[in-house]
Design a protein around this ligand. Structure first.
Ligand code: GLN
Ligand code: ZN
Length: 773
């Protein structure tokens, strides 16, 4: 009865190991506790496990070279020999210490490795890091020189292909495509566009493909997620140039060109006309793309249909997918269709089965990477005519359970959303009226000083939290410990003369998780780690139901801190957009709606803080900018609902209550109108590294409210001298009115030690005093 089935293809699998094996192996290697051999053994073991797992799950197309010790963009830079001169690389194979120096920087005050590589013996900084498209994965930004040359410098894709082949598995190697690679790179000296280096880069790709072909690779997956971005004509032409040249050089390797994270849209025609054997589409992000593609696709192009969500953790609706895919298979033939996840599974946790503490109902709704392989395999078998009734029934039951569950749908939340009025989104009066009342109430000196919220999460703090979580420290003892830390921090801030104090956030593990754990509608995993960058993994909360706030979340801590001082203590909250953007969100209602629900919960907290006596409340929106859609045409819609949610959270207080917000890493030029529309009374931002240049956007816009431009970088252990801070402040005063300026560090201090924080803040206060004269 074997009708030919469309193959089930995997585009990439998480690298970190179910028990975070890669993290522990890396960190032990970096700490000098184990050697390179052990690290590489762990890596090989993880690869083998992943390949075998995929084979056992019935996946037909299994990727290789999706594994990376740190980051796949760094791997690509290293592979093509794009290593800036300061790392001491002299060509040839790239040794591990140079690889990690690029990733993390290297300081060789002593003898770190004694390996004699010329990169040692001086300090080198890490490459810059930035977000991989609109995911929470961060890649290292390759730096290219105007006269950059490229040479194939590692054979990792070939080595890994051979490694899998030795296990009897013929893989489809994955490489990052040349256009996306250049698009993500930055020009080192001067302002040329990295894309102009394409003609020099193509021969390296051609050489790699020849080697892969010689090793036996029939297909190669070339990832070009840049196809989901707004591209210029020149960039589209670069695609044509690159793939024409590659096809000429290596006509006998079949390329599966993978677009993902969005609709190729106006880049689709370019993609469809490239000389490639296959095209992958992300039909989760761009369900409508399929129609366009089917209308235009050349008959012999293999379509890879990304229908299993690689970015979220919900179980798929297999019956609906069968319905949707059947006609495509019928029209094109099973041999010209592949069934795939929307993108690499890198962005989801590995295995739901490990979550022994989640209840069975919730677990039945979830699908992590391992479960997604099962879904994929079932779909492909089902479409091939096999009986997959059991899989369909399980999928139907889970979907139906979710649809009906009282844990998901909360009538009170729905009713409240309907009742929201225009007035709920607006403070009573404009900024000028409000600020007069606030100044009257707060009586702060000119250039008021404050911090962003967190104080050092020292080893002691982390140890106490871990002991509490393990049940070794009881609630009373833990609270007493946190109170002592909080009180010490209040005393310290008073001593050095800060004007607006904070409680220090010692009770918080993480700025989103802390709130998620107190809100209804959120669940947390024990093992649901997802790589954020290198050996840093996060466990994003899962928002599964309507969000509400059963009781106050921060009022007690604020009250405790305020009871210890006469100075004002800021209430400290995470905003709705940030909570949303750093979580796995529901797929059954729009993101905007979940965001509004969170906003109402935060609004309740804001009002409770005000009632308790807080005169200043800060609502952090660190992730607002990160949530911007990949296509500029969709920015407005996002910003409209995101800003609306912030205003809903912030506007329930009287005019005399001062609302602060904080954003890190942000560039503001292109979103300054939206930032102003948030209508916060004070915004603190990260400006020290740009030497206040980020403020130009505010100046140009005539931004009306008050601003705390960060006056020192909290990412480095360096202690800023008073004079440096004074210098930065004079740059700020060139751009802002004195009445607008607050003085604060760039961001929270949780990653710093007290030995750094004490002198740094002391100098900051000294700079403020000097300014006041
Ligand atoms: N209030 C938070 C802190 O100080 C803000 C952190 C952030 O913006 N990333 O840690
Ligand atoms: Zn910040």
């Amino acid at each position: 009865m074997s009708v030919t089935k469309p193959v089930a293809a995997s585009l990439g699998f998480p690298r970190i190991g179910v028990r975070r094996e890669l993290k522990f192996a890396l960190e032990s290697f970096w700490a000098g506790k184990s050697g390179a051999g052990e690290l590489l053994d762990t890596a090989e073991h993880l690869r083998r496990k992943t390949w075998l797992l995929q084979r056992n799950k019935g996946i037909d197309v299994i990727p290789s070279n999706d594994f990376s010790l740190y980051d796949h963009v760094l791997d690509t830079a290293v592979m093509v020999g794009a290593i800036p001169p300061d790392y001491g690389w002299t060509g040839g194979d790239v040794p591990l210490d140079i690889y990690f120096a690029l990733a993390r920087g290297a300081q060789t005050t002593g003898d770190t490795a004694g390996c004699g590589h010329p990169g040692h013996g001086r300090d080198v900084r890490a490459l810059e890091m930035t977000k991989w498209f609109d995911t929470n994965y961060h890649y290292l930004v390759p730096e290219l020189a105007r006269d950059q040359t490229f040479a194939l410098s590692t054979t990792k894709p070939v080595d890994h292909f051979n490694e899998a082949k030795a296990l009897g598995i013929e893989t489809r190697p994955v490489i990052l495509g040349p256009v996306t690679f250049l698009k993500l790179s930055k020009a080192r000296d001067g302002d040329f566009s990295a894309i102009t280096l394409l003609p020099r880069l193509i021969p390296v790709y051609a050489e790699l493909l020849v080697r892969l072909r010689n090793a036996g690779a029939a297909w190669v997956q070339v990832d070009e997620p840049a196809l989901a971005l707004d591209l210029t004509e020149g960039e589209r032409a670069a695609f044509v140039e690159a793939y024409d040249a590659i096809a000429r050089a290596v006509p006998d390797v079949k390329l599966m060109l993978a677009s993902y994270f969005g609709d190729p849209g106006d880049n689709l025609d370019t993609a469809l006309n490239l000389p490639v054997a296959g095209l992958h589409l992300d039909l989760v992000r761009a369900p409508d793309a399929l129609g366009d593609v089917l209308a235009k696709v050349p008959a012999d192009l293999v379509l890879s249909l990304g229908v299993i969500d690689g970015r979220n953790i919900w179980r798929a609706d297999l019956a609906a997918l069968m319905e949707r895919l059947r006609p495509v298979i019928a029209a094109r033939g099973a041999d010209r269709v592949q069934i795939a996840p929307s993108c690499s599974l890198l962005h989801v946790p590995i295995d739901v089965a490990l979550e022994t503490e989640l209840d069975a109902e919730l677990k039945s709704w979830l699908s992590f990477a391992v479960q997604k392989l099962d879904e994929l395999s079932a779909l492909s078998r089902g479409l091939g005519g096999e009986d997959i009734a059991a899989a369909l029934a399980a999928s139907d039951d889970a979907r139906a359970g979710r649809r009906r569950s009282a844990r998901v749908h909360n009538k009170a939340v729905a009713a409240r959303l309907v009742r929201v009025t225009e007035a709920d989104r607006n403070r009573r009066n404009g900024f000028s009226e409000r600020i007069a009342l606030q100044r009257e109430k707060l009586r702060l000196p000119q250039f008021p000083t404050t911090t962003i919220g967190s104080f050092p999460q020292t080893g002691d703090v982390r140890k106490a939290r871990a002991a509490f979580n393990r049940g070794e420290l009881d609630r009373v003892a833990y609270d007493a410990f946190l109170q002592a830390e909080t009180e010490k921090t209040i005393r310290f801030q008073e001593e050095i003369g800060l004007d607006v104090l904070v409680h220090g956030e010692f009770e918080r593990n993480d700025m989103v998780q802390y709130f998620g754990e107190k809100l209804s509608g959120f669940a947390f995993t024990k093992h649901g780690w997802v790589q954020s960058y290198g050996s840093r993994y996060v466990r994003p909360p899962v928002i599964f139901g309507d969000v509400s706030r059963p009781q106050p979340m921060t009022v007690n801590w604020w009250q405790f801190a305020q009871s210890k001082t006469e100075k004002p203590v800021k209430g400290m909250l995470t905003g709705p957009v940030t909570i949303l953007n750093w979580s796995f969100v529901r797929d059954d209602i729009p993101r905007a709606e979940t965001c509004r629900q969170i906003a109402l919960a935060i609004r309740d907290e804001v009002q409770d803080l005000e009632r308790a006596g807080a005169a200043i409340i800060q609502i952090d929106e660190a992730a607002l900018r990160e949530g911007l859609p990949l296509r500029q045409s969709q920015w407005k819609t996002y910003l409209d609902w995101a800003i609306d949610a912030f205003r809903l959270a912030a506007s329930g207080v009287s005019d005399a209550t001062q609302i602060h917000t904080h954003m890190c890493y942000s560039e503001f030029n292109d979103i300054i109108a939206a930032i102003a529309a948030m209508d916060a009374d004070v915004i603190s931002i990260e400006t020290s590294r740009s030497r206040m240049e980020l403020l130009d956007a505010f100046t140009a816009f005539d931004y009306p409210s008050e601003i705390g431009p960060g006056v020192y970088d909290i990412h480095a252990p360096r202690i800023p001298a008073t004079s440096e801070i004074t210098d930065l402040l004079s740059l700020a005063r060139e751009r802002l009115d004195d009445r607008q300026i607050w003085i604060n560090p760039d961001c929270g201090l949780k990653t710093r030690g007290w030995d750094e924080v004490r002198p740094a803040l002391t100098n900051m206060v000294a700079a403020a005093k000097a300014l006041r004269g």
